[in-house]
Design a protein around this ligand. Structure first.
Ligand SMILES: NC(=O)c1ccc[n+]([C@@H]2O[C@H](COP(=O)([O-])OP(=O)(O)OC[C@H]3O[C@@H](n4cnc5c(N)ncnc54)[C@H](OP(=O)(O)O)[C@@H]3O)[C@@H](O)[C@H]2O)c1
Length: 185
């Protein structure tokens, strides 16, 4: 995929309930929404990425992590870059623009969520792939949706299609988790 005239791979990662929630109504991830196999695949991709895009709330939970991270926030003007952290306000500087501030352009980017971050990449950039794990037979009914207003897998599929992404294959991760792989057409 070409962006900013650069070849870049952007992979989105999420694990959702069958009604498409990424977290419960307290903003936490219940243990039933986790899968060891999904976590291992997710960590493996992060280990092979130049940059991880992560929301400010999720960043605070894992702030001790030493990965190169790009964190959108509305609490600053412009951007602040230091060591392996870059905070930016997408209302002041777009995702395309912020990536050009890196001395070495990040060619492989992982998008860890949550909701506002997934949306930001759909709106201001693009995904090459989306790895969407689904916990079968597990509903949350309330909480934080992966995509605001979307509570059915068929709607997620339509949403992906709207952004030029199509389901390529489905793999079983464990007895109650499948992973849907979306690719950019
Ligand atoms: N199931 C999954 O795959 C998955 C994935 C990710 C997270 N989670 C879970 O979801 C929960 C948190 O989710 P969340 O969506 O509320 O939090 P989040 O994305 O981690 O962080 C939200 C914050 O990030 C900033 N932000 C995000 N998008 C922005 C944008 N477009 N422009 C400006 N700022 C932006 C804002 O920070 P400011 O308030 O500083 O403006 C916002 O309050 C946690 O429990 C986490 O573990 C689950």
């Amino acid at each position: 995929m070409k962006k900013n005239n650069k070849n870049v791979t952007v992979i989105g990662h999420a694990i959702i309930s069958t009604d498409c929630y990424i977290a419960d109504s307290r903003g936490s991830m219940p243990s039933d929404l986790r899968s060891n196999s999904d976590w291992e695949l997710f960590q493996e991709d992060l280990n092979h990425s130049d940059l991880v895009v992560i929301g400010r709330a999720s960043y605070e939970k894992f702030s001790e992590n030493r990965r190169n991270r790009l964190i959108p926030t509305s609490q600053i003007n412009g951007y602040k870059m230091r060591d392996d952290l870059c905070f930016f306000n997408p209302n002041d500087i777009s995702m395309s623009q912020i990536l050009l501030k890196y001395n070495t352009f990040p060619n492989k980017i992982a998008v860890a969520g949550g909701q506002g971050v997934y949306q930001l990449v759909f709106d201001q950039f693009a995904y090459s792939e989306f790895h969407l794990s689904v916990k079968e037979s597990y509903e949350l009914k309330e909480g934080i949706q992966m995509i605001k207003g979307i509570t059915e897998l068929a709607q997620v599929d339509d949403y992906m299609n709207k952004y030029g992404m199509y389901q390529s294959d489905t793999i079983r991760l464990d007895s109650n988790t499948i992973q849907l792989k979306y690719l950019q057409s």
